[in-house]
Design a protein around this ligand. Structure first.
Ligand SMILES: [Zn+2]
Length: 150
């Protein structure tokens, strides 16, 4: 997960590749309109500039936003990290191997039901960008914890 990967995969690595979420291999997925093997980062490139493609960061986090973000989720990224710059680099590099279906068609395009939007609306008003990002991360965490209890 939180590993660096060379741009070129060996045929063996390509054969062993699995989507982190659905565990399908490239051959199981077969032909798909989206690239099968994708890298989904914990934090979007537009906020971190972690990747140079697409022009890098569009509206990068400020240092103050980084401090708030890592104060809230940094401990979940790495218990053994010394913090500071190291954990920021970890947060930028942290990613998952996902198939196009999981990454682009499902995770990147969630269905926001009206009841969810109304609940978010109450909590988004007057909040900063990083507060909203952290609130949505909390919603997802609480939702998945509720799923585990089902
Ligand atoms: Zn998948």
């Amino acid at each position: 997960m939180a590993t660096k990967r060379s741009r070129r995969m060996t045929p063996e690595a390509r054969e062993q590749w699995r989507c982190f979420l659905c565990d399908r291999s490239s051959s199981q997925i077969g032909a798909h309109p989206l690239p099968v093997q994708q890298r989904a980062h914990l934090l979007p490139n537009r906020l971190t500039g972690g990747l140079r493609r697409y022009g890098g960061a569009k509206n990068a986090f400020t240092d103050a936003e980084w401090d708030i973000l890592l104060g809230a989720i940094g401990s979940e990224l790495s218990a053994e990290s010394s913090g500071g710059d190291q954990i920021r680099k970890q947060a930028i590099a942290h990613g998952y191997d996902l198939c196009g279906e999981c990454h682009e068609e499902v995770l990147s395009e969630p269905i926001y039901l009206p009841c969810v939007m109304n609940a978010l609306k109450k909590r988004f008003m007057g909040r900063t960008r990083v507060d909203k990002i952290l609130l949505l991360a909390r919603v997802l965490k609480l939702g998945t914890e509720a799923l585990e209890r089902d």
